[in-house]
Design a protein around this ligand. Sequence first.
Ligand SMILES: Cc1cc2nc3c(=O)[nH]c(=O)nc-3n(C[C@H](O)[C@H](O)[C@H](O)COP(=O)(O)OP(=O)(O)OC[C@H]3O[C@@H](n4cnc5c(N)ncnc54)[C@H](O)[C@@H]3O)c2cc1C
Length: 410
Amino acid sequence: MANLGRGVAVVGAGYAGMAAAVALAERGVRATVFESGPVPGGRARRIRITSDGQGNELDNGQHILIGAYTEIYRLMHTVGVPKTALMRMPLEIRYTTRFHFRRLGLPNPLGLAGGLLLARGIPLSERLGAAKFMAHLKETNFHLAADVSVTELLARHQQNGRIAHYMWLPLCVSALNTPPELASANTFLAVLRDTLGGTGDASDLLLPRVDLSRLFPEPAAEYVRSHGGEIRLQSPVKDLGALRQSFDRVIVAVGPHQLKTVLPDAPEYSYQPIYTCYLQYGEHVALPIPMIGLADGLVQWVFDRGALLGEKGRLACVISAQGDHQQLSLDELAERCHRELAAAHLVSEQPAWSRVIAEKRATITCSPGAKPIPVATDGISFAGDYTDPEYPPTLEAAVRSGVRAARSIN
Ligand SMILES: Cc1cc2nc3c(=O)[nH]c(=O)nc-3n(C[C@H](O)[C@H](O)[C@H](O)COP(=O)(O)OP(=O)(O)OC[C@H]3O[C@@H](n4cnc5c(N)ncnc54)[C@H](O)[C@@H]3O)c2cc1C
């Protein structure tokens, strides 16, 4: 290994930057992390709101993890995050309507095929068709020689009707944060391969039981400090060249939308939003399960923050990807979310307060075709959810990229 006596600078304390710093610390390399914000976590962080009159803490957006995320769990374990920080559940997709799918507790392909065949709210012909579709994908290693949109993929395999409405389309929008007509079939297939097509508990759903900064970035910061590194919050980097003078290497782990501030000729990306609407009801209000789908309005998924984080009576509605909801004001959107919950008989009272967090550039659009990734030069390399060659922009992609960047330094 080259002399790294001056250590490595990491720009950005999101999941990618903190993963890079932990991976460096694991190798005995001193990492100094520069973060422009006051809290580590980036697009997955804790925020404090004042409009509720109480200064409640929320996440900038409700997140969900899956069993197939491996690198993030390894690093969470390394930095001492207890397993109880996540609620792990076998894959279950339940809507307020009749549709209900649960993967059976049998090894695949039986677990998946059995779950599909027993799914409720879908005609038998569609259930059989879905099982056949999955078998075909397995035979072709979940990959297309020429990438197309998810809409096109589903059309080719007659996967429309209710199975598309309740299963494939919501899975695409949730996993890729991209409308099916724009979404890359190959990225979608990589997710299906590792979840529905995966082994054991890969398709499990894991929901955070602590806020997103506590889930990994803050314990990671402690770990880095205890290994001789440093985390400098509220320290925006403006000049990569100057930073490079002081450190042996630099890992740039800023979001794709922030790249231009440090790299004027950074590639252009297109983005997709994610809206999270928090509604605070009386403490007795709870969902029948921690996460439930609403398939026929704007709200896609509702999460019970009481069951998950002890925030009793607080529900989080998630709307991923672009859509008509972007025409509404935030107040109108909160009202609409409440009305959809009431129409689905999930609540029967008015909320005490609501708060919509609109992350307009939540992730890059996951379209067919190669995505441009800045090229590492002169001791400066790049990490971030947008750099993963295969995975959609997610926490796992961010963490993998950070570990990859740290390991490539030698
Ligand atoms: C609302 C929402 C919901 C999501 N839901 C899910 C989900 O359910 N599951 C999932 O897996 N993923 C989800 N994601 C995606 C996931 O949050 C991101 O993929 C991941 O957080 C990206 O991490 P990152 O480290 O690559 O980038 P970022 O989190 O963007 O981190 C970049 C960091 O760099 C800092 N920075 C920028 N410029 C500078 C500078 N010049 N100097 C110093 N610091 C700088 C920023 O402040 C930031 O902290 C969601 C994202 C959003 C927004």
